[in-house]
Write a protein that binds this ligand. Sequence first.
Ligand code: PLP
Length: 478
Amino acid sequence: MTLRVCRARVAQSLRGPSSARRFHQDHGSFDYENFYQSIIDEKKKDKSYRFFRSITRTQDSFPYARCPKTGKKVNVWCSNDYLGMGSNPSVIKAMHDALDIYGANSGGSRNIAGHSPLVEALEASIADLHKKPASLYFTSGFVANEAALSTLGNELPGCVIFSDELNHASIIQGIKNTKAKRMVWRHNDLAHLDSLLASVPPGAPKVIIFESVYSMCGTVAPIADICDLAEKHGAMTFIDEVHAVGLYGHRGAGVIEHLDYTAHQSGRYDGTGKSLMDRIDIVSGTVGKAFGTMGGYIAGSGAFIDMIRSVARGFIFTTTQSPAVMAGALAAIQYQSQDDSDRIALHRNVTSMKRTMAQLDLPVLPNPSHLLPVMVGDAELTRRVADILFNEYDIYVQPINSPTVTVGTERIRIAPSGAHGLAEQQVLIGALEEIWVRLDLRRASEWQSEPVWNTSVSTTRQIWTDEQLGLSPEVATV
Ligand SMILES: Cc1ncc(COP(=O)(O)O)c(C=O)c1O
């Protein structure tokens, strides 16, 4: 049961006559604590209650962490600090230096004492990364999406927002907070998107919002085709590259840069409008994942950014990020845009793992990205897989369950880094094979008839090609 269904049930029970008895105390006042507990109980009953596992990451041991209770060392296979930039010496030095120079606090919101040359430099580097005239930095990627979309939806008269059904909660929340009409298209289904766009009057402002890499299934949007549809129907394009920045593209600008890899690598990109970077109107990203720090952003035209800066409540009414964090983010973007070795190492490991796991019939949901969603299909069993990995194999991955994914498609989500070499891969894959036998879990071949398993997605074709990674097609497998 999703959280929404759970809330609906509680709300429904509140409307009935018995609810008064259930949540009202003898003296008539509402029993808040009992109400909170009823929501928790529902989640425990449907096994979607979340347990946080506390681990201690240290800056000299990436990708390992320590279990604070037992002191044992665990290998972290689920971090979004994909490139280990949270431990990168240039990032740490920049943060130390900023702390020494500026202190801990930014001084206020951007309107009140919080604007500085540091945030200007950070925004200039983000705009440069995405080849856009301007950018705006927020306290998180969630806030960036929510603020930008809710502002667009409220300001554009009669706006209709077209949203992929697998879009992230920050996007959904941004749309919910607007007066705009929302139309949801089936995941990556261009024909469906086309028909929805055609159902809206040509003159109405339209925003197509989608992600480049979908973080829970690893699928990648058909970006060029979506741009074609946007042009056909006079719509704007807004792409979330949160799980792609740092990881794709010659300079780490994301999938839209990567899809014109050779032009960018050879310096032939000329900004004349033919590349995907020019065709996409708005990009959102984060510096909290592959850039190892904290904060999110949008990049786009000068007038668009100035409007969001002037109107968006999630930007205006909050304290600017700490200078140390902004300095670290700036250093991370500069480092990654000049050196592609971390992302190449990561994708080489991804390629070798996907090939080995396919040979073993382990159920990695087919996708062309850096993510390995391993399907289990039951909340309790997924938790057991994660517990066995942690307790018996010193491997840390988190179970992914509802509402992040739908009931029946629970999974563990493996995110290899460049530091997860062949020896580490061998341990993880050996452990998974043993657990799949022990718990008699479904194999890839048994998942193929399920709707979640998109058989049209190749298990071998990746965004990073073997050639770009310097691999022979018979790359070493574990
Ligand atoms: C697709 C997507 N967009 C936005 C966000 C929010 O980014 P942040 O973690 O910087 O708030 C996330 C977070 O996981 C995400 O997966």
